[in-house]
Design a protein around this ligand. Structure first.
Ligand SMILES: C[S@@+](CC[C@H](N)C(=O)[O-])C[C@H]1O[C@@H](n2cnc3c(N)ncnc32)[C@H](O)[C@@H]1O
Length: 289
């Protein structure tokens, strides 16, 4: 990579933030253990999350935070000319980084969430807005009888294919390019992870109604999201991202349950993962659990 040594030195000196330390005797910077979080090879990596959070799709709307607080709406359309997902549709590389970022922040949550899902005779799973399909892939690895679909926008499809192959699940996972505001493929299990927080209540109701319409009587939906129940800083900070760039918000458990109910879905179980994450299992209201 072509970089200017003097500028690099000044940047690292100012932005070390504990990731690197400067040794004045050798005039060299050395990495600390904290740098693992930005190292793509590390299992702890949040490299792509840092890249997407530091990119124009996050920062440009963030620059209008004062206006957002005053007006009670995000200013993404004003600064990007489109929504974040429309932005990704026009920029393959930004879309790829975003999907990888979703997998990075999801990995510890998925490891716990899959334990809250008992297939109970289910054969098919659809990961609604599943990005690379990391959630459904983990579930399929645990349950050989399951096959899966990842429904996402066209820009996510290359990631579904490459990640399914990398996980040796290319014969059991199919990517379906579609729009969850229009139609959701039928399955026995529906996964909806980190989706509702992107959207305002009315849009959530539409997505959940489309899930309900596609569900057979014994099908179940698993919603995984953060909640604001415990007043965690993590949920409050993520909420700032939702406020600046999206129409959504982090919600408390009662709010999520009431959205489900408004789409004809009854909560049958709520499992708490590490703070602030939960899994809500839901079924059509007119079916006995
Ligand atoms: C916050 S990410 C969550 C991704 C994944 N479920 C996870 O937890 O890592 C939201 C996902 O919804 C997808 N998405 C947004 N609008 C969509 C739409 N109208 N139809 C289908 N997928 C959509 C995005 O492309 C993105 O992959």
């Amino acid at each position: 990579m072509n970089i200017d040594p003097s500028m690099t030195h000044r940047l690292l000196r100012a932005a070390a933030l504990g990731f690197v330390v400067f040794n004045p005797e050798t005039s060299r910077f050395a990495r600390t253990a904290m740098l693992d979080v930005l190292d793509g090879e590390s299992p702890l990596s949040l490299k792509h999350y840092a890249q997407t959070a530091g990119s124009e799709v996050s920062w440009m709307p963030g620059m209008r935070m004062t206006d957002t607080v005053r007006a009670g709406r995000d200013h993404t359309q004003d600064v990007l000319g489109c929504s974040p997902f429309e932005f990704f549709a026009e920029d393959d590389s930004a879309a790829r980084v975003f999907s990888l970022a979703m997998t990075e922040i999801s990995t510890p949550v998925i490891a716990e969430a899959v334990l809250a899902i008992e297939p109970d005779g289910a054969r098919t799973v659809v990961d609604v807005g599943g990005a690379d399909g990391a959630f459904v892939a983990h579930l399929l690895k645990m349950h050989n009888q399951l096959s899966g679909v990842v429904l996402d926008l066209p820009q996510a499809m290359s990631g579904v294919e490459s990640e399914s192959r990398r996980r040796s699940l290319q014969d059991r996972i199919t990517g379906v390019a579609g729009d969850f505001f229009r139609e959701i493929p039928s399955a026995d299990i529906y996964l909806l992870k980190f989706i509702l927080h992107d959207w305002d209540d009315e849009s959530c109701r539409q997505i959940l109604t489309n899930v309900h319409t596609s569900m057979g009587p014994r099908a179940r939906l698993f919603v995984v999201d953060m909640t604001t129940d415990d007043g965690s800083v993590e949920a409050a900070m993520m909420d700032m991202g939702m406020m600046a760039a999206f129409t959504g918000q982090e919600r408390n458990t009662d709010h999520l349950r009431s959205l489900l109910a408004s789409a004809g879905l009854r909560t049958v179980r709520t499992s708490r993962l590490h703070q602030p994450y939960i899994v809500i299992e839901a079924m059509p209201l007119d079916v006995e659990p």
